[in-house]
Design a protein around this ligand. Structure first.
Ligand SMILES: Nc1ncnc2c1ncn2[C@@H]1O[C@H](COP(=O)(O)OP(=O)(O)OP(=O)(O)O)[C@@H](O)[C@H]1O
Ligand SMILES: [Mg+2]
Length: 113
């Protein structure tokens, strides 16, 4: 199993969720509102002639745990639906998952997804 953690622009969340649904890849999901910055370390904004650095920008973080065989499909869906082609489009982190347990039934791993 793989854990996909995708940090995306908040206004892309509905597109990503719809694309996951349309592809039948919509099991459990965790959505978090987060703040962060990537390589550009935020942006410089101007207000009334003053320039100031906004170093943390709002992002949405999506956590999904999926079957190994769904990895490439889910990766592509997220990239295709979150990408504008500009700085700050986001990033996807992928981790191996050791174990998943559904508390209600005791099912484990793929059966618990
Ligand atoms: N190396 C990292 N470690 C942890 N979080 C990161 C890392 N890089 C990016 N992030 C998170 O992902 C968000 C989006 O990053 P972003 O898309 O700006 O990455 P980038 O590497 O700067 O790429 P780009 O040059 O396209 O902007 C950041 O706001 C931050 O929350
Ligand atoms: Mg960036």
């Amino acid at each position: 199993m793989k854990h996909i953690k995708a940090v995306i622009q908040p206004d892309k969340l509905s597109d990503v969720r719809e694309a996951l649904d349309a592809a039948g890849c919509s099991g459990g999901i965790i959505i978090s509102e987060v703040m962060g910055h990537g390589n550009q370390k935020g942006i410089v904004q101007a207000w009334r002639g003053e320039k100031y650095q906004v170093d943390l920008l709002p992002k949405v973080m999506i956590d999904l745990v999926i079957r190994d065989e769904d990895l490439e499909t889910v990766k592509k869906i997220i990239i295709d639906s979150a990408r504008v082609g500009e700085f700050g489009d986001g990033k996807i982190f992928i981790y191996n998952v050791e174990s998943v347990i559904r508390i209600r039934t005791g099912e484990e791993d793929d059966d618990a997804l």
